[in-house]
Design a binder for this molecule. Structure first.
Ligand SMILES: Nc1ncnc2c1ncn2[C@@H]1O[C@H](COP(=O)(O)OP(=O)(O)OP(=O)(O)O)[C@@H](O)[C@H]1O
Length: 258
């Protein structure tokens, strides 16, 4: 079953501090990868946390006909998985155990039979089978990030939210994770939304780009429409060139800070 994610009039923040107010996005279609970009503090993680139900939100986040804001945490977890920017450092479980725990926490059909095999299959999928027996608190930052991705993907959510999933990864692993995100969206007819700072990676990896600044939508659309010299100047305050290169991808070259 594939359904677009609709974000309409979404508000979210912390205590008495509103960060997002009445955010409206174009429907985010199933099977697509959406990159969420913008300066530090723009509200990108806040948006992911609000869609995941980790912080209170007003307005609407709707998956097809299902209003996510009306669901209990458990029901919401059937549909949405969130990979945070950093995993806690003090978890003394093995990577395999944490992925099994993620599978069992997913209330799809209760704890799946053969959870260990299923968890191992996810680790293989993300290219981290060799980490299975390693303790999470003894991994490098990049290995921990891949383990976090495995935990999120294990739940097979229809909405996969990835907060800077490549920030600790080497070049090859960055490309692999971006490809995985795309394959996951296509194969599962899921909506994958990921926060990225690398605009060239965002252009390469996504179907749709959402630019946020100061809690507001600045522009959204296909990469070539959302990532332009004008947007880079207005939102990031840099002078840049954006040129098409091989296979329809964009090259972003920053010449100066404005
Ligand atoms: N737990 C919190 N309590 C209070 N304010 C917060 C909290 N988390 C974030 N904020 C504030 O909310 C605003 C948006 O933060 P958010 O983390 O959503 O930005 P971001 O776009 O993801 O930034 P970055 O690119 O730096 O990760 C910032 O001003 C930040 O200081």
């Amino acid at each position: 079953m594939s359904a677009p994610l609709h974000i309409q009039g979404l508000g979210a923040g912390y205590r008495d501090r509103a960060i997002l107010q009445g955010l409206d996005l174009a429907p985010l279609p199933a099977g697509q990868v959406v990159s969420l970009v913008g300066p530090n503090g723009a509200g990108k993680s806040t948006l992911l946390r609000a869609v995941a139900g980790l912080i209170p939100a007003s307005g609407s986040a709707r998956l097809g006909d299902v209003e996510l804001n009306a669901l209990s945490i458990g029901e919401r977890a059937r549909h949405v998985a969130y990979m945070p920017q950093t995993l806690p450092q003090d978890v003394a479980l093995t990577v395999l155990e944490t992925v099994i725990a993620a599978l069992e926490a997913s209330p799809l059909d209760g704890p799946p039979r053969g959870a260990a095999e299923a968890a191992m299959a996810v680790l293989e999928r993300v290219g981290a089978a060799e980490l299975a027996g390693r303790r999470l608190d003894r991994l490098s930052g990049g290995q921990r990030q891949i383990a976090a991705l495995a935990q999120a993907m294990a739940r097979q959510p229809r909405v996969l939210l990835l907060d800077e999933p490549t920030s600790a990864l080497d070049l090859r692993h960055q490309l692999e994770v971006l490809t995985l995100a795309r394959d996951y969206a296509r194969e599962r007819a899921a909506v994958v939304v990921m926060v990225l700072h690398d605009l060239q990676a965002a252009a390469r990896a996504s179907d749709h780009v959402v630019v946020l600044a100061q809690g507001r939508l600045r522009v959204e659309g296909p990469p070539a429409q959302a990532i332009t010299p004008q947007v880079l100047a207005d939102v990031w305050r840099v002078r840049a060139r954006v040129e098409p290169c091989a296979r329809g991808q964009l090259q972003v070259m920053v010449d100066a800070v404005l």
